[in-house]
Design a protein around this ligand. Structure first.
Ligand code: FAD
Length: 544
């Protein structure tokens, strides 16, 4: 037939129309483990439905469209009036609408709400990571707003609503609202004490006028933002609405949108404030403490987001190798490729297991669990997000040349993969936070040791790693220069202890050998070949 030059063979069927939840035993088991019996049946059914949505061709198409058609800034209308709006592709709104209706901002106060949402967030990231940014900030704003009961009563129902309403109008008239945050300024992001945005009190009622700028402000079409600014009493947290109650626009001048490596569906703006109306949240001078509740929750989302990206990368790699043949057999059956895939799968399972354990600590809310979170969230944020980029790159290589081509979806994962390590405090900042948690409150280390101690005696490599860690922790004098190594070990030992307790023996065995026992090289695919790697890979294989 004219036009046909060859028959296409040995190309892999696309990974669509599959159940993202049911195909991920590590995730399903974590949810089953952490949900209480009364929330389990309902939670599993909900996540299973979302898993099918995430794997559907329609939603995957929206994810691609939202990235191929990045947002555009409209500073002025045709008559020259400032409007400061960002125009998104319809796919962005569809994704956000689905994400909100799936309860990705509705964890608070729901039985098992954090575990359910964590699993949902981990899956939704696999569809499209950019729209997870506003979903994360909206979810995370709740604990910060709760420092002011009046504000919480007003805003919490809107934030935890399952209705997405994109219109810019007074939040009080909307069935649901989204939140962003503005901390980072040009002269400093990690060191927010260097913020220069000034807050001038307008009245005794906690209202202020802000003047200054923010160098990064993502999801700038959100309804309100938590912003840090210098009030007379010091650095303070403020709520800045985009639209005021009378319907007029607050001053929120979008200067530019960042041209980013990845996360291209999402808008990240530079913003200027000039007499911008704001409402104080918490006391003057307590801004960092107030916004910390938000930051802790977004940091956990960075862990979940990276776990999701890794899971998607591994699912694609295993799927590809299960279908692609080379040198007379499936790639999956080649001992060296099996080693690579198993190594990647271990990283993904360890990340998922740790992330869900931390979400369960949020649901528990008790003192012990809160102490664990104080050390484990920055440790996990450091380590899991650091592992994401090498996993994404190696997983792409499993697809050969196809993995380097946009339509495989892998380049998008690779571009996205470093981001969770940067925002919400980059790697060093997390490692220093771990030191701070250790130094400030001995209860955090006790909580950590109690948790990992539950696995003691089950694996000699884990026992030796705990012993080594205790030696490292014995003297923290001058530990700043070794904070990364220490944090890595804290995270690895915690991951190892969870896998030994909960994962199938072949997964725990391979993790302990490769990550704790020193039996693997620096690159993926260097696990001892005598391990049961075939079972590790089989567990990670998504079913079409
Ligand atoms: C896509 C994107 C979206 C973003 N969206 C938002 C947003 O919506 N709102 C917002 O407020 N911010 C946002 N940010 C900003 C982000 O949170 C900051 O970029 C990040 O916290 C780092 O701050 P910085 O860029 O000022 O770097 P710096 O603070 O200058 O840090 C540079 C490097 O130095 C390291 N470092 C800092 N202090 C120390 C130390 N004491 N010892 C050793 N090393 C140190 C850091 O780990 C980092 O690697 C966004 C960033 C990106 C990339």
């Amino acid at each position: 037939m004219a036009g046909i030059t060859h028959t296409v063979t040995n190309q892999v069927p696309p990974l669509v129309q599959y159940d993202v939840f049911g195909s991920d035993p590590a995730l399903v088991e974590a949810v089953e483990r952490h949900l209480t019996p009364e929330a389990r049946e309902d939670g599993l059914a909900e996540l299973s439905a979302l898993g099918h949505t995430c794997g559907s061709a329609q939603v995957q198409e929206w994810g691609a469209q939202a990235n191929e058609n990045p947002p555009r800034l409209r500073t002025h209308d045709r008559y020259g009036r400032r409007i400061d709006e960002v125009e998104f592709h319809p796919a962005w709104h569809r994704l956000l609408g689905k994400g909100v209706s799936a309860g990705l901002t509705a964890a608070w106060g729901r039985p098992g709400g954090h575990v359910r949402r964590a699993a949902a967030f981990l899956m939704w990231t696999q569809v499209e990571a950019g729209n997870c940014c506003p979903l994360s900030m909206t979810h995370a704003a709740v604990p910060a707003l709760r420092t002011d009961p009046e504000l919480a009563a007003e805003w919490e129902p809107r934030l935890t609503s399952v209705v997405y309403d994109r219109a810019l109008r007074p939040a009080g008239q909307k069935p649901g609202a989204l939140f962003g945050m503005g901390m980072t300024e040009k002269q400093g992001g990690s060191d927010v004490r260097a913020n220069t945005t000034a807050a001038r009190p307008l009245a005794e009622d906690g209202t202020y006028a802000l003047t200054g700028h923010k160098w990064f402000c993502s999801a700038p079409m959100s309804d309100a933002f938590l912003v840090l600014a210098q009030a007379p009493g010091g650095l303070t947290c403020f709520l800045v609405p985009r639209v005021l109650e009378d319907g007029s626009r607050n001053v929120f001048a979008l200067q530019r949108l960042k041209d980013k490596l990845g996360n291209r569906s999402n808008a990240s703006a530079e913003v200027e404030f000039d007499g911008t109306w704001a409402r104080r949240v918490g006391e003057e001078g307590r801004g960092v403490r107030t916004i910390l509740g938000m930051v802790a929750a977004t940091r956990l989302d960075c862990v979940l987001g990276s776990a999701g990206l890794m899971r998607q990368a591994v699912a694609q790699a295993v799927h590809h190798c299960a279908h692609r043949e080379a040198f007379g057999g499936k790639l999956l059956d080649k001992p060296l490729m099996r080693n690579v895939l198993a190594d990647l799968a271990l990283e993904s399972e360890a990340a998922t297991t740790l992330a869900l354990r931390l979400a369960a600590a949020y649901d528990d809310g008790g003192e012990q669990e809160r102490a664990l979170l104080r050390i484990a969230v920055p440790a996990a944020k450091y380590w899991v997000t650091k592992r994401c980029a090498p996993v994404a790159v190696e997983a792409s290589e499993c697809l050969g040349g196809n993995g380097y081509v946009e339509e495989s979806g892998m380049p998008r994962l690779v571009r996205e993969s470093p981001l969770n390590s940067i925002w919400e405090g980059a790697g060093n900042v997390q490692a220093l936070d771990v030191l701070r948690a250790l130094g400030r409150d001995p209860g955090t280390l006790d909580a950590y040791l109690r948790e990992v101690g539950r696995a003691r005696g089950a694996d000699h490599r884990l026992d030796a790693a705990i012993k080594g860690l205790l030696t490292d922790l014995a003297d923290l004098e001058g530990a700043e220069g070794r904070a990364r190594r220490l944090t890595e070990r804290l995270a690895l030992v915690l991951q190892g202890s969870l896998l030994v307790r909960y994962a199938p023996p072949e997964v725990a065995d391979a993790f302990c050998a490769g990550r704790l026992g020193g039996d693997a090289g620096a690159a993926f695919g260097t696990l001892p070949h005598t391990l049961d790697l075939a079972s590790v890979v089989e567990r990670a294989r998504p079913e079409l």
